[in-house]
Ligand binder design. Structure first.
Ligand SMILES: Nc1ncnc2c1ncn2[C@@H]1O[C@H](COP(=O)(O)OP(=O)(O)OP(=O)(O)O)[C@@H](O)[C@H]1O
Ligand SMILES: [Mg+2]
Length: 258
């Protein structure tokens, strides 16, 4: 199964992606975490892994990707260009572009390194291509940590995923965006489930009322001081939360299948 984790900036996408990946790996899954956020440097630390070299370099780097993109507009393929010439399995992922431990593998699509190097569209094309062309066995799982907001929907990245987890924090903006994510997911026939994050007793009631569809809630994760402290220090999230294990169980038991 391929899971996209998306939501508003700062809602907790990377935190949920990292904790969920660890929980799934603990229960015997081989988990590939794809860091598709070109401007976030926290996820690898949360996983306790080193940031691998940009996967984009395997395809010749950003300049080469931009050239392929521009050529594709001439042939009419446009942003739908497929840069993979065959289907891949986990074994095809070049090890020098990953870091791994304890059943977890991290792949980072590409970061912005320099001023004026150009936008992140090539990263979106690579993320989409990877998701569409990667073939999984039953005990393999992909978790994609996305950049904030919904631009990746515009780039078609969600096309290759099986489910979308929309992380919602206790803010009006986050609740509004989750509605939009739900509609966008529905329009491409991808099931969207909500993860309420940083929740306390008061905010939980407001958030549940706003979502107004308990069947669509995959997990409710409390505001947790240990999580907050580890994130502030840039440390590995080396803790087990019952609520994350419940979210993992929800996914393992296939409750997300339409
Ligand atoms: N369950 C939680 N309990 C306490 N704090 C949390 C929790 N989840 C996230 N946080 C806090 O929220 C901050 C932002 O989380 P995170 O980086 O995961 O968000 P994000 O959505 O990935 O952000 P970005 O949009 O920048 O990628 C963390 O640094 C941490 O302080
Ligand atoms: Mg993040």
């Amino acid at each position: 199964m391929k899971i996209m984790v998306c939501g508003k900036g700062g809602s907790g996408k990377s935190t949920i992606a990292a904790l969920l990946a660890k929980s799934m790996a603990n229960s015997g899954y081989k988990v590939l975490v794809i860091d598709s956020d070109e401007s976030n440097y926290g996820l690898h630390r949360q996983l306790g892994l080193k940031l691998p070299e940009d996967f984009m370099n395997y395809f010749g780097g950003k300049k080469a990707m931009i050239e392929r993109m521009l050529a594709s507009f001439k042939t009419g393929e446009g942003a739908a260009v497929n840069i993979f010439d065959k289907k891949w399995t986990f074994a095809d992922i070049p090890k020098e572009y990953t870091s791994e431990k304890n059943g977890l593998t991290l792949l980072a699509i590409g970061k912005i390194h320099e001023c004026r190097e150009g936008c992140a569209c090539p990263m979106g094309i690579l993320s989409r291509g990877m998701l569409e062309n990667l073939v999984l066995t039953e005990k393999e799982l992909v978790i994609v940590d996305t950049d904030a907001g919904i631009e990746h929907f515009g780039r078609g990245v969600e096309q290759g995923c099986d489910i979308i987890l929309a992380v919602i924090d206790p803010s009006f903006e986050s609740l509004m965006l989750s509605n939009k994510i739900y509609l966008l997911g529905d329009s491409i026939n991808k099931p969207v489930y909500f993860v309420l994050n940083k929740v306390d007793d008061e905010s939980k009631q407001v958030m549940l009322a706003a979502v107004d569809n308990e069947n669509k809630i995959a997990g409710i994760i409390p505001a947790n001081n240990d999580v907050f402290r580890a994130c502030l220090a840039g440390k590995e999230l080396d803790l087990q939360l019952a609520e994350i294990d419940e979210l993992a169980m929800f996914i393992r038991e296939g409750k997300t299948e339409k």
